[in-house]
Design a protein around this ligand. Structure first.
Ligand code: ADP
Ligand code: ASP
Ligand code: MG
Length: 411
C-alpha cells in the first residue's frame, strides 16, 4: 500500500468525459489498496475566462478579489471529480484550500505556502476515502483566499505530498512526460526517462511550463519523489530524480527551454561612475519588477550602456521608471524592445565540458540568427534573440546537440 498524491491539470479535467477517465484511473489505484489524494486544476481555459471577465469590469483590479474569482475554477472541478468518483462507488470528499487548510502568506496572485494541516485528509485516507483538493489556492492568516500563481496546482500537489510524506507525487498532464523541449514546438523532441531536480529547476525557471518552478523547488527541498505522466495514456512518464547525476556519460544538454515573455530595456550614455547600476535598477526592483538578464557594457568616453530584460507585462512600467532615471542622470536615450525571446540550453553535463557555448553560437550562426545578449551559469547557457527566430533557434539547437528523436527510438 502506498500513499500517492496525483495532480490532474486543466486539459485532463477539461470535459465531463475526461473527468470520468480521471475517476477511473483513481479507482484503479484505490482498488490496488493505495491511499490517494488528488489535486485538480480548473477545467482548461477556465482561469483565462475568469480573468477576461474581470478585465471587462476593472482596469486595475483588486488582487484580493481576483483571487476570490480565480479560485472558483478549481472549486468546480473538485466537486465534479468527487461526484464522478462516488458514481464509481469510490468514497470521495472534496476540499477547498481553506478547508484543508493550506495556509499561505498574503501575496495575492503569487502566494507562498507556509503550512499545511494534513489532519482532515489523513483521517479521510484512514477511513478509506479519497481526498480531492483544489489546486492553486490557499488562505492567508486573516482568512482571505489566495492563489499561488499560474500553474500553481503543481505546487499544491507537491506541498501536500511533502506534508503527508507521500510515497510519490504524480503530475498527470497532456504530454507523457518531460521532453528535451516543448513537444508542441519541436516534433522530434524526445521524452526523458529521468531528469535531475537541478535540471528541471532550470528548465522550469527558463520557461518550460510543464511544471511550476515552485513545485520543483518544493520537491527538491523536501525530497518528494516526483513523476510527470500523461492522463491520456499509460506509460512510465519522467522521473524527476533526487540523486544528482554525476554520471560522466550524462548527455551534455538535457533539454532546451525558451521563453517568449521577455522584453528588453536599454539605457544609453549613462555616466560611468560608481552606483550607476544601482541608480538605474534600484527603482525598478523597488517597483517590484523582476529583472532577468542584466548587461553593462565596457565604458567608452566616460559613459556606458546598461541593458536589462523584464517580463513583457512589466515593460511599460519599467520603461517609465527608466526614462525618469535617464533624465536625472543625463543619459542619452532609453530604447525598448518588446519582441525578444530567450532560448536556453540546460544540462548538468555542461559542468565538466568546455566548448558548449561556442557550439551553440555556431549552430545559431549557421541558420543566420543574430544573438542579442548571452548569459551563462554552471548548468545553462541562455541567449536573447529576436522572437520571430525562436522556433528556428530551438529546432537548430535540438538537432545540433543530438537531441532529436530518431525513428528507431519512436517505435
Ligand atoms: P497542465 O494543464 O496539465 O498543468 P500545462 O499546460 O501547464 O499542463 O503543461 C503541459 C505543457 O507543457 C505541455 O502541453 C507542453 O506544451 C508544455 N511543455 C513545455 N516544455 C515542455 C517540456 N520540456 N516537456 C514537456 N512539456 C513541455
Ligand atoms: N488553474 C490555474 C491556472 O490555469 C492553476 C493550474 O492550472 O495549475 O494557472
Ligand atoms: Mg500546468
Amino acid at each position: 500500500m502506498a500513499l500517492i498524491v496525483q495532480k490532474y491539470g486543466g486539459t485532463s479535467v477539461g470535459t465531463p468525459e475526461r473527468i470520468k477517465v480521471v475517476a477511473e484511473r483513481i479507482k484503479r489505484y484505490v482498488d490496488k489498496g493505495d491511499q490517494v489524494v488528488v489535486v485538480v486544476s480548473a477545467m482548461s481555459g477556465e482561469t483565462n475566462r475568469l480573468l477576461t471577465l474581470s478585465q471587462a469590469l476593472s482596469s486595475q483590479p483588486d488582487p484580493r478579489e481576483i483571487d476570490v474569482l480565480l479560485s472558483t475554477g478549481e472549486q468546480v472541478t473538485i466537486a465534479l471529480l468527487a461526484l464522478a468518483l462516488q458514481d464509481l462507488k469510490v468514497d470521495a470528499r472534496s476540499y477547498l484550500g481553506s478547508q484543508v487548510k493550506i495556509l499561505t502568506d498574503d501575496a495575492h496572485g503569487k502566494a507562498r505556502i507556509k503550512a499545511i494541516d494534513g489532519q482532515a485528509i489523513l483521517s479521510d485516507l484512514n477511513g478509506g476515502k479519497v481526498a480531492v483538493v483544489a489546486g492553486f489556492q490557499g488562505v492567508d492568516h486573516a482568512g482571505n483566499i489566495t492563489t499561488l500563481g499560474r500553474g500553481g496546482s503543481d505546487t499544491t500537489a507537491v506541498a501536500l505530498a511533502a506534508a503527508l510524506s507521500a510515497d510519490e507525487c504524480q503530475i498527470y498532464t497532456d504530454v507523457d512526460g518531460v521532453y528535451t523541449t516543448d513537444p508542441r514546438v519541436v516534433d522530434c523532441a524526445r521524452r526523458l526517462e529521468r531528469i535531475t531536480f537541478e535540471e528541471m529547476l532550470e528548465m522550469a525557471s527558463l520557461g518550460s511550463k510543464v511544471l511550476q518552478i515552485r513545485a520543483v523547488e518544493f520537491a527538491g527541498k523536501y525530497q518528494v519523489p516526483l513523476r510527470v505522466l500523461s492522463s491520456f495514456e499509460e506509460g512510465p512518464g519522467t522521473l524527476i530524480s533526487i540523486d544528482d547525476d554525476t554520471d560522466m556519460e550524462a548527455p551534455l544538454v538535457a533539454g532546451i527551454a525558451f521563453n517568449r515573455d521577455e522584453a528588453r530595456v536599454v539605457i544609453r550614455g549613462v555616466p560611468d561612475t560608481p552606483g550607476v547600476a544601482y541608480k538605474v535598477l534600484g527603482p525598478v526592483s523597488e517597483a517590484n519588477i523582476e529583472v532577468d538578464v542584466i548587461v553593462q557594457n565596457v565604458a567608452a568616453d566616460g559613459s556606458t550602456d546598461l541593458t536589462y530584460t523584464v517580463h513583457r507585462n512589466e515593460l511599460e512600467r519599467a520603461q517609465e521608471i527608466t526614462e525618469r532615471i535617464a533624465q536625472e542622470l543625463g543619459a542619452r536615450e532609453v530604447a525598448v524592445d518588446g519582441s525578444i525571446c530567450k532560448v536556453s540550453l540546460v544540462g548538468v553535463g555542461m559542468r565538466s565540458h568546455a566548448g558548449i557555448a561556442s557550439q551553440m553560437f555556431k549552430a545559431l550562426a549557421d541558420v543566420g540568427i543574430n544573438i542579442d545578449l548571452i548569459t551563462t551559469s554552471e548548468i545553462k547557457i541562455s541567449v536573447v534573440i529576436e522572437e520571430k527566430y525562436m522556433e528556428l533557434a530551438v529546432r537548430a539547437l535540438h538537432t545540433a546537440f543530438g537531441l532529436d528523436q530518431t525513428d528507431q527510438q519512436a517505435s
